[in-house]
Unconditional design. Structure first.
Length: 245
């Protein structure tokens, strides 16, 4: 693949390293220092763009790719309120995009496990639920996008839960408490705790490094080339119908 990298922080560097190992070509890299070089002509040198930047830049970056009709894989979190606008534009203009709060294969399996456990718990009101996520000190959004995705999966199965509060704020009866911890050198840990007066059930995903995120993003990019529509990592990993043709 000919890949353009929008964002070249720790994730971008890991993606570049794995891409080169795979025989792919990084045709350009854009950071805050050379953002002025991001033109439509430059975008079109790539077959696909992988975007890992900052919350305040995510929407604009994805839109620029879609306007140039270049498939884009975005892993930037913290801009989800604008995601429906980008997805609508993509569908109406024959573009191709995948946004995911987490591209790790293991995390996407964890999403499914989380929903299944929540479905089992939907008939067990004696269990309360809370969540903790731990990330590196440079993580800008809290809670993490992955934690929000996990909470949304629970809301689909537990009908009396429909929101979350960031610890130490006290959640209401229909909200989940999410604690966001920042520690040096932690790629990402997510723990979901179901607790009753007599026992606890915990499920947890621990990322050991960034390679899982980077390899998943490259897998998504390779899958997306040649397609049109709005897709998810579930489409990439588990097949099924596309969201839109």
């Amino acid at each position: 693949m000919k890949i353009g990298l929008l964002g070249f922080g720790k994730m971008g560097k890991t993606i570049e390293s794995l891409a080169i190992e795979n025989g792919d070509e990084i045709v350009w890299k854009i950071t805050s220092k050379n953002a002025h070089e991001l033109t439509r002509d430059l975008l079109r040198q790539a077959e696909v763009v992988i975007e890992f930047t900052r919350p305040e830049s995510g929407f604009e970056n994805v839109m620029r790719c879609l306007e140039a009709k270049i498939p884009v894989v975005s892993g930037t979190t913290g801009w989800q309120k604008d995601l429906p606008t980008a997805q609508k534009f993509c569908l109406e203009n024959g573009g191709a995009m995948i946004w995911a709060s987490n591209f790790s294969v293991g995390v996407n399996l964890f999403f499914i496990l989380n929903k299944y456990l929540a479905k089992l718990m939907s008939t067990r009101p004696e269990y309360g639920i809370s969540m903790t996520e731990i990330h590196h000190l440079q993580k800008l959004d809290a809670p993490s996008g992955t934690a929000v995705s996990l909470a949304e999966g629970i809301f689909q199965e537990i009908r009396n839960k429909n929101g979350w509060k960031l610890h130490p704020e006290m959640p209401s009866e229909n909200e989940i408490s999410i604690e966001a911890v920042r520690k040096d050198g932690v790629p990402g840990t997510h723990e979901i705790l179901w607790t009753s007066e007599i026992d606890e059930i915990t499920i947890c995903h621990v990322a050991k490094n960034r390679k899982g995120f980077a390899s998943g993003a490259l897998l998504a990019a390779r899958w997306l080339v040649g397609k049109r529509g709005v897709f998810s990592m579930e489409n990439v990993l588990f097949g099924g119908m596309r969201d839109e043709e």
